[in-house]
Design a protein around this ligand. Structure first.
Ligand code: SF4
Ligand code: SF4
Length: 237
């Protein structure tokens, strides 16, 4: 699958023309969503071991999250960020072309919340499951990143079953969509997908996910290839 360059170009133009009104639309949609699921997300996040790491940023690439995590993040941003910072966030979410990077041997989309110059995560207190579970001590004594350290002693191990149970409670309360006909619905999509879903429509967001984001991200390409359904997906250089 080749990238849809026309669609990527439309996103670039929209970022320049409509950033102001898009900020408003994103904030209004999360306000209308209300508090549903917000406490649940916080409580489940709190059940995970607290960790610190070397903050090299290598793993801070576009992350897939649940819809209620998305609303939790937007509600946090709207209470903390001045309008100009929100505008830059929305522009960055639309400018996928500016965030493609080579991480190791793979093309990745850098996380829209990571500032590579200052090494700051814009949403660290409300970062999603995907970030919190990366590098946790597993039952077999290994970590996905050996530079992750537990803050509390002794370190707490987490099992796959425990993580699945926690995430299933978020999943039950989140929206789901079918990216490709016949694949079934999934609940986790990149942050950008949720922004497009509320700015445009679910159908448009799915199109951008399929035709722009998957070909631009080695991780998403691998995910769908692993499912052995779309062996023709190719990343772009
Ligand atoms: S978890 Fe590891 S790879 Fe990710 S930022 Fe921390 S040190 Fe870097
Ligand atoms: S949300 Fe924060 S911790 Fe997670 S990938 Fe993005 S920058 Fe890194």
């Amino acid at each position: 699958m080749q990238i849809n360059s026309e669609l990527l170009q439309k996103l670039k133009v929209a970022a320049v023309k409509n950033a102001g009104s898009y900020v408003e639309k994103v904030l209004v949609s999360s306000t209308e969503h209300g508090n549903f699921g917000m406490d649940l997300v916080d409580r489940l996040h709190d059940q995970l071991p607290a960790t610190a790491c070397d903050n090299c940023g290598a793993c801070c690439n576009s992350i897939s999250i649940f819809s209620i995590e998305y609303h939790r993040i937007i509600r946090d941003l709207m209470t903390r960020c001045p309008p100009e910072r929100l505008r830059r966030f929305i522009v960055s979410a639309l400018r996928l072309d500016q965030r493609q990077a080579e991480i190791g041997s793979e093309k990745r989309l850098r996380c829209v919340f990571r500032d590579d110059e200052t090494k700051v995560c814009l949403i660290h207190p409300v970062r999603p499951f995907a970030c919190r579970i990366f590098g946790l001590l597993k039952s077999d004594g290994t970590r996905e990143c050996e530079r992750v350290r537990d803050i509390n002693f002794p370190p707490q191990t987490v099992s796959e079953e425990f993580l699945t149970e926690l995430q299933s409670r978020v999943l039950e309360n989140s929206e789901s969509y079918e990216p490709f006909e016949g694949t079934g619905k999934i609940h986790f999509f990149p942050v950008e997908f949720w922004i497009y879903r509320y700015l445009f429509s679910p159908q448009r967001a799915l199109q951008i996910y399929r035709e722009v984001m998957i070909p631009m991200s080695g991780a998403l390409t691998s995910f769908w290839k692993d499912k052995r359904k779309f062996a023709d997906i190719e990343t772009i250089d």
